[in-house]
Write a protein that binds this ligand. Structure first.
Ligand SMILES: [Zn+2]
Length: 239
């Protein structure tokens, strides 16, 4: 592993990008577009953890069994475990020479900066990508936009892909499954999520800025492909 670390550290081109934005700002979409158009690996922490907990290994591995029990009962997974998984995967992806993009995580100060002897994700990214190659994209959208985009938003009942408000298709564009609404997309829940987003994320981004990480604010109101063009410009990506 040490050899891999050295290799990626010497590659001045590899980038780590963290996309933050309130619910409905399109951060997942922007991460997907970086993956599809520029070869980034989109590391969606929540989705990755869920797939780990659903794997065959989770039936026998004691740590995974413990975390699965928490997850299945609707509780949060152990923060130390979540952080260690994110750091391991980021190191692996960097070691293979790939750019990485996160959407909405690290979610907490603990995940970003660690605590005591535990290193946070930022320190790991700095070690494998170099601080000058870490970039935060903050998507800005008005609260009303966030609420409008999320209320009664339709997602595929089979694969979870959201329906774009700008595209009128009766079924999922990926798997043709039926669309449904999600309970976390009702107006009151979205307002709570907006407050949570500000309280959790702004201090993380401020602290990253102080440590010299590049932070770019991008208008998240236009159509996704237009936002993508701004993201590409901010990151100075070349195809
Ligand atoms: Zn689908």
């Amino acid at each position: 592993m040490a050899g891999f670390l050295l290799l990626s550290y010497n590659d001045p081109m590899a980038k780590a990008v963290i996309v933050y934005g309130p619910p409905g700002s399109g951060k997942g979409t922007q991460a997907e577009l970086l993956e599809r158009n520029y070869g980034f690996i989109h590391f969606d922490t929540g989705r990755f953890l869920e797939s780990l907990l659903r794997s065959e290994k989770a039936k026998t591995d004691p740590i995974l069994m413990r975390e699965k029990a928490l997850f299945d009962s609707g509780k949060l997974c152990t923060p130390e475990w979540v952080l260690s998984i994110a750091k391991d995967e980021a190191t692996r992806i960097a070691g293979a020479g790939f750019d990485i993009v996160f959407s909405g995580s690290p979610r907490t100060m603990y995940e970003a900066f660690g605590e005591g002897a535990t290193k946070g994700l930022l320190e790991t990214l700095t070690g494998v990508y170099g601080k000058e190659n870490i970039n935060v994209i903050m998507l800005r959208v008005a609260d009303e936009t966030s609420i409008k985009r999320n209320s009664g938003r339709l997602v595929c009942s089979v694969c979870g892909l959201p329906k774009l408000e700008s595209v009128s298709l009766p079924h999922c564009a990926l798997c043709a499954g039926d669309m449904r609404t999600r309970s976390l997309d009702n107006v009151d829940v979205i307002k709570v999520r907006l407050t949570q987003y500000r309280e959790r994320t702004f201090p993380i981004v401020d602290a990253m800025k102080k440590q010299g990480v590049n932070v770019f604010e991008v208008d998240g109101e236009p159509l996704p492909y237009k936002v993508h063009a701004e993201v590409v410009r901010a990151l100075k990506l070349i195809k």
